[in-house]
Design a protein around this ligand. Structure first.
Ligand code: NDP
Length: 280
């Protein structure tokens, strides 16, 4: 079997066009605003923030960039977030993680007003996600669900195995899969005999941060494989899944790059529209 590719780049481009059309109907001065806080000079963070700014400009979201030096104190960032909380032109606030060493990101995220928490990382939104409330859902997991839906496969009753338990990817995607009636198993670094757990899965979500960790021999024939990993190997991007061997077994698979990555940014735009009330 050779898996069909889930083309995240194409799907994200389609959603982006829909969002752009929605915003074009909103008067300039009422358009959604996204504030991005970047502290320090981590090169990967600078690239991600640049991509987000570019996407905002392309679809008509006002983007407000706030760059702070790596020496910024905890109090400086908290003060900035509090100011943005009270700014009516700002509908979404994103603090680019990781913050420089020594800063407490949990405290910063807890300071963001939950109704401006565009990343969905605030405990109020995380709690709503797990209790079935009206949550702002983290962007990467929301993008993954859109990719799964694009296959047309009914997820109900499927065995889903999520590898990774971060608050950004592993835990929220597990909540979403559970809400869609999958039987969800979450694996992590202490999981015993991980390959045998993954072999049971109809849906595999790999969010580990280790290149080519999931190999074809761990994939049940016909499984859907979502590769979240972004790893740099010899100047090239590699996912957490060994694509060549896994695509021999899977029915559907996401590539890296061009799978989950483009969906994350477009879902950030979607959340901004939702917070601004442009999207219900
Ligand atoms: P984290 O480092 O926060 O979490 C990694 C998880 O993988 C942890 O739960 C860890 O387990 C688990 N893990 C690590 N080693 C093993 C192992 N040997 N066996 C089993 N589990 C293991 O990463 P993130 O969730 O933030 O990101 C994961 C990957 O996804 C990264 O490559 C990141 O760059 C990428 N990413 C991509 C995005 C996109 O838009 N495409 C967005 C966000 C992330 P434990 O908890 O026990 O330590």
């Amino acid at each position: 079997m050779s898996a069909a590719i889930i083309d995240g780049k194409r799907i994200a481009a389609g959603i982006k066009e829909e969002l752009k059309a929605l915003i074009s109907a909103v008067p300039q001065e009422e358009r959604p605003g996204l504030a991005v806080v970047l502290a320090g000079d981590d090169p990967a963070s600078a690239v991600y923030v640049g991509q987000k700014e570019k996407s905002c400009n392309e679809i008509g979201i006002h983007s407000f960039m706030h760059r702070l030096p790596g020496t910024a104190a905890q109090g400086d960032i908290i003060e900035l977030v509090e100011k943005l909380n009270g700014d009516p032109k700002v509908h979404g606030i994103l603090v680019q993680l990781p913050l420089p060493n020594g800063l407490d990101s949990d405290q910063v995220i807890a300071t963001i007003r939950p109704d401006k928490d565009v990343d969905g990382f605030h405990a109020v939104n995380a709690g709503k996600l797990w209790t079935g409330g009206d949550a702002i859902v983290p962007c990467t997991p929301m993008g993954i669900m859109a990719l799964l839906d694009s296959t047309g496969v009914d997820l109900k009753g499927m065995d889903a195995v999520v590898i990774g338990r971060s608050n950004i990817v592993g835990k929220p995607i597990s909540a979403l899969l559970l809400s869609r009636h999958c039987t969800v198993t979450i694996c992590h670094s202490r999981t015993r005999n991980l390959p045998s757990v993954v072999r049971r899965a109809d849906v595999v979500v790999a969010a580990i941060g280790k290149p080519n960790f999931v190999t074809g021999d761990m994939i049940k024939p016909g499984a859907i494989v979502i590769d979240v990993g972004i790893n740099r190997v010899g100047g090239k991007l590699a996912g957490d899944v060994e694509f060549a061997s896994a695509s021999e077994k899977a029915s559907w698979i996401t590539p890296v790059p061009g799978g989950v990555g483009p969906m994350t940014i477009v879902m950030l735009m979607k959340n901004t529209l939702q917070l601004a009330g442009v999207l219900k």
